[in-house]
Every structure is written in C-alpha cells, then in structure tokens.
Design a protein around this ligand. Sequence first.
Ligand code: 6PG
Length: 472
Amino acid sequence: MTDADIGLIGLGVMGANLALNIADKGHTVAVYNRTPEKTDSFMQQAGSLADRFVPCRSLPDLVAAIRPPRPIIMMVKAGEAVDEQIDALKPLVAADDILIDAGNANFHDTRRRVDALGTAGPRFLGVGVSGGAEGARNGPSIMIGGTRESYARVEPILSAIAARYEDDPCSAYLGSDGAGHFVKTIHNGIEYANMQMIAEIFGLLRNGYGRSPKDIGHIFDRWNGGMLKSYLIEITGKVLAADDPDTGQPVVDIILDRAGQKGTGRWTAIEAQALGVPATTIEAAVSARALSALKQERVAAAEIYDARHFDGLGDYGVETVKALEKALHAATIIAYAQGFAALSAASDENGWDLPYRDIARIWRAGCIIRSAFLDVIMRAYEDASTPSNLLVAPAVVETLTEAAPALRTVVAGAVAAGMPVPALGAALGYFETYRSARTTAYLLQAQRDYFGEHGFERTDRPGDFHGPWGPG
Ligand code: 6PG
C-alpha cells in the first residue's frame, strides 16, 4: 500500500497530537512507534480519524505505506535517538524523500545531520514546533529550516496544521540547515526568561505583599486583558486558580520548588555567549532553575541566614499592581530584545538571513511565548531600517520609556527587602547599561593593562596605549 501523504515516527504526546492534527486537515498519515503497544493505543484513541491512519509495525512497512516522494516526520527524543532514527531510515528511503526532525534539536546537530546526508539524500528539514501538546493538536507555531525546495514540498501540510493568527498561518521558512531549530531554541530561551520573570513578580505579590494565590490569579487574569496579554500570563492565572484535589490547598502551595529543564534554555545562553550577545535575562532564568534544583543547599542556607528575614514590601494598593504590571512588561520586552539580538548575530554568523518579521509573525499564535507585544515587534520589523537591537526601535522606545521607571521601582523595592528577582534585575541591568553612552568598561581596560599589558584605546586619539603604571 503506498497511499499515505506523510509518515510520522514517534507517538509520544507531541507526535500523537501532531498526527491527529495532520489527519484532521484531511491527510492520510502512516504512523510508527518503536513500541508497537503505543501505536495500538494511539489507534484506539484516534476515534473518527482512525481511517486516516495507516498503523505500521516496522520502518519498512512505514516507508512502503507512504506515497513517494515521502515526507517523514520524526518526533523522537532529541539527541542520539534522532541519529539512530536517521541511520535506520537511510537504507529504506529514496534520495528525494524528506526526513523532518520536528523535535527540539540542538541546531549544531541539525547542521551536522544535513552535512552528513549531503547531496546523496534523503533530504532533511529541521523544524521547530512550539505550543506543547495542545498546540500540536490544534495548531502549533512552526519554524522551518532546510532547503527551500524541500520546504516547498511540505509547505501545504505544515501551513494547514499551523496555528492561525487572524487567518495567517504561523508557519514559515526561516533559512538553511539549522535555522529553524536555532529559532526554536531562542524561542525557548525567551520562554525561560518570561516564565522566570512571571514567577518573580508572583513571588513579590505572594511573599512580599502576602496576597493569596487566588488573588494573584485574578490579577494575572486582569493583566491578560491589557499590555501583558500573552499565553504565559493567561495560563499563570489559571494555574493560580487551581486547588489540589487531595488537600484543598492551592496547587502552587504543594508543588516542590525544584524546576526541571530539558536544556533548550541552557543552549540559548550558551549560543548567545558564543556569539558575544548578552542575553542576561535568559542566563538569569537558566541559573534560577539551576538554583532551584539545589533544594537541600537552599534549605540549609536559609537556616544560616535566617536572621535577615525580609519585612515585606510595604503598602499594597492599586498603584502597586500597576507598577508590577508595567515592570513585568518592560522586563519581558527586554527579554524579547535579547532573543532577537541573538537571532541577528546567529543569522550573520551562519549566513541565514533570518526573516525577523516572519519570526515575530509566526510567534503571535500557537507557541508558548505568544503575546500581544509580538504584533508590535512584527510591525517594527516591517520597517527595513529597524536596528538589530529592538530596544532602539521607535515603537519599543515609546513603550519602554513609559514602563522602565516601574521596573526600577519594583527591582529596587525587592532588592531592599532582600527578595530574589534575578531575571527582573538582569533585565534592568541590561537596560541601564545598554542606554549608557559611557560605561565603566574603561576601568576594566586599565586593570587589564595594569596586570597584563593588554593595552587600551584612548578617547582622544587612535592607537594602542599603555598606562603610566609600568609592568604589573
Ligand atoms: C514549546 C515548549 C516545549 C517544551 C519545552 C520545555 O515551545 O512548546 O518550549 O518545547 O515545553 O521543551 O522545556 P523545559 O523542559 O526545558 O522547560
């Protein structure tokens, strides 16, 4: 049988939902999972869509079930599993078949895989898919890297299953080889920063102003109708409204404060550092998760430093909530700006010519960092003269000028009270430094020259100079 439109390998939560989404759009999908029981249970749950699936027991069966030239989506664990999957498929597929890695791959791996497959084929697309299980089922944001020719062949299916923002599919071709997976990595880095900032603002309301999770949930619900409108704000409101069925307590009160991470946020920080791009909010968010993992150490340190209990943040009122809203808005914008700056540097480094407007466009729906402000960013990039750092784009300048004072107030209050705000603080530190015409880096240069005779440039004439201190 050779009539399926597309194949899909890996029926975990994301793969199964993506397969259902594709079938929903009228396509026939050949599905395969290494553990056949998973294929069986998937078929049992496929309901009225079951006719659109061809369940396959082996990879040769899967390949035989797809109409050539075959597109095959791989939704398997990032890393070695992808290499193993490619190795297993290679002898079975034709040169013009397209393997589509839709997992969260490290873009260096994607580049290596593209190089290894070379011109002999099969073809390869590295595709970032965002939106979690719900997005995969009903419309994710899809970031595609590879050749334009391969993209053109799968574009109708990918556009059909993507999320819609006012009818516009949130799916785009972004560049060659690892471009799609790199953009997805940066997406996740921004996701880490946004989540951490939200958690810090929650912490101020909860621990500094003593508000209940339910109260704070209502605040987030209200914020979701304003400048902060976004998926992460929306779900935070819902999370805070939920009670634990066993204890009746707010769910957030019974969740252990140890955050997991699969690694994409860390990749963003590493790549940004490698590119010389300061992505301080993302670094702070990754470090905050690492600190969260040190539960026992933190408990011990809390005993040691217990003497310095913070006294709370003082009076609470409408103005407080407004300041927190604006502070979070400012910090979130700074995180986006850092993410886009990393995209810009990587685009230059890898010759991708990334379409920033399209990236903002396809992040407006379906993905985890979707927010009203991405529409503003998209419009900013419609102007070809938009600089690589969004902080100086006119629309952003206007918003930040209005919101930055609140970020200062909120961070200052938290710091004075001894409350941790690492990502908000990183956003503010970046902003204050970025808008400084003269930083104190001259002192670093003097120190470097003092101990290492590294030399420095002068402000008043060109050349390489040394200070009057002699050998260090
Ligand atoms: C998305 C998410 C998705 C996943 C992350 C979680 O865009 O749909 O980012 O990719 O939820 O991998 O990452 P951590 O486990 O590192 O938090």
